[in-house]
Write a protein of this length. Sequence first.
Length: 417
Amino acid sequence: MDLNKVKNEVRKEISLWVGDKQKLTADFVRERADLFFKHMAEQGKYQEVNDADKEKVIRSLCADYTGLGPLQPLMEDEDITEIMINGPYKIYIEKNGKKSRSDIKFDSNDHLKYIIEKMISPTGRRVDESYPYVDFALENGSRVNVILPPLSVGGATVTIRKFLRSIESVDDLVRLGTIDERMAEFFVACIKAKVNILFSGATGSGKTTTLEVLSSYIDPSERIITIEDALELTLRQDHVVSLLTRPPNIEGKGTVDPRDLFCNTLRMRPTRIILGEIRGEEAMDYLQALNSGHRGSLAVIHASNPSDTLTRLETTALYASLNLPTWAIREQIASGLDLIVQHEQLIDGTRKITYVTEVEALKDNQIILKDIFRYKIEEVTEDFVVKGKFKALAKPSFYPLFGRKGVKIKESIFKQD
């Protein structure tokens, strides 16, 4: 007996009562399912479905209506950091930094589409044939990317990067080995002293997590404005204005991009500007904000090392098509940006901040970088465990800023190892 067929029949029965997308309780779903099976038994149908199969169908329906279907146990597992769905029958997870295939599956393509629609519906965004990919965030802060066929050849592909409630402070980052105590003290001091910081790294390396953790040390009296493509950041302060870009409507109109929001943000009396990710011409507005008194700005960018971060920032600034010479952009970078925090996921799955680098000065049209802290790999064992140490290399040139801002920080943390 095809249990998926039975499940669809029960779903149709429940939908006749309340509609397919309404939130239901598990008790109501179970009650309606029991009535369905009782009615079918009276008609002599589905007699081959035993009690265990009935319970399996009911549990599956409860998960669909009250949660995210087969994904629910994966979402509840705090050790799982990422869920990657390659069509209805292939689900991969990242757990403790390692990727593996899960034995969980969807019933069909339609079942997967139903869960996608359930996830995206509260956000007001859409994904369909006319707009076959989208980024959005779930209510718990987890980030979701969806791309549909024919762009995704093997079926709908969904990537869920879970929001980790276990990481809330710099102490948690120290506990996980992402940073050490000296770096934690330095980062908190930088936030309080309104140092301009750019968080860089590859996808999944921990950039946004670090930004969110450090943002918790911003004074509650400050007015914070965030700009994002999907609502990923969950700031704990009360005075926060969250701005979201808007994709085009079905007619291809109505787009609001990060640059539009950035220009408007400057009129909103921000104390802090947090840019979820630098991808294009908004980089120029970001640099101009850094150089016009908006201290303490935080932003994220994809790059493989601090030097590449500057190259990418310079390149994206050129997207603005203002015909500025390269030296003018580099001058803005050197004078506005203070610190680059480089993230990396190592071969053993652990995430480290591998460089804390100061943007020191512009000399002979070249930006001078100075490493303040660095993670040095000493050994990779036979079972691919990475061993290394965080090393202090130099005191930042902007160290006097801490004193001027009344921020206490021990000079000894910069003593070279």
